[in-house]
Design a protein around this ligand. Structure first.
Ligand code: G3D
Ligand code: MG
Length: 179
């Protein structure tokens, strides 16, 4: 049996205040290795290992994700560069009940790429459990996804829908990018 390859990757989770970034991370992560906010950076970092099983064609891979979450309700302007530096992938989140959070995804990504250059992204439309309040859906997400050439998922941090898939997805893209 081939030993699993091991990688450690920094990802950042971005999006407007209250879209559900912290809730999604909390839903996904059990093992918070550093639960205190790093006040100089304004971020909280948690780690979790993701196992990618190839089914034998390629070696299995264990990715340790270092997941950076912005502390508090920071807006685009005052997020420190240190937060983005060294990020190898990103999850960008919007809230299906607020259309403006969809629009600002592009801005978050633009600012991120100014620091990191091109990197794998996964786009999330969160709060799908609030179906009756949703102001956009798959169609709009598909458009943004085409525009940004990045996959999207419809998620709920509340009921857990697609949350694991989101982090599995970014992990696979990170490994593909590593080669
Ligand atoms: P942020 O980290 O992006 O700022 P939070 O967002 O994770 O703090 O979430 C903001 C609010 O949205 C929280 O409500 C949280 O419970 C809620 N929320 C997050 N994800 C979901 C979801 O998938 N579905 C629903 N229904 N609510 C969600 P409060 O009331 O605690 O401020
Ligand atoms: Mg938060």
């Amino acid at each position: 049996m081939m030993a699993a390859k091991k990688f450690s990757k920094k990802i950042v989770v971005l999006g407007d205040p209250a879209v559900g970034k912290t809730s999604l991370i909390r839903r996904f992560v059990i093992d918070a290795f550093d639960d205190k906010y790093l006040t100089t950076i304004g971020a909280k970092i948690v780690k979790k290992q993701v196992a990618l099983r190839s089914g034998g064609a390629k070696p299995d891979v264990d990715v340790t994700l270092m997941i950076w979450d912005i502390a508090g309700q920071k807006t685009l302007g005052n997020v420190k560069q240190a937060y983005y530096r060294g990020a190898e992938g990103a999850i960008i989140v919007c809230d299906m009940t607020r259309r403006e959070t969809l629009m600002s995804m592009v801005d978050w990504i633009k600012t991120l790429k100014q620091v990191t250059g091109e990197l794998p992204l996964v786009l999330l439309a969160n709060k799908c459990d609030l179906m009756d309040q949703a102001l956009f859906g798959e169609k709009e997400m598909q458009e943004v996804s085409n525009q940004l050439k990045s996959p999207f998922l419809i998620t709920s941090a509340k009921d857990g829908r697609n949350v694991n898939d989101a982090f599995q997805n970014i992990s696979s893209l990170l490994i593909d990018a590593t080669g």
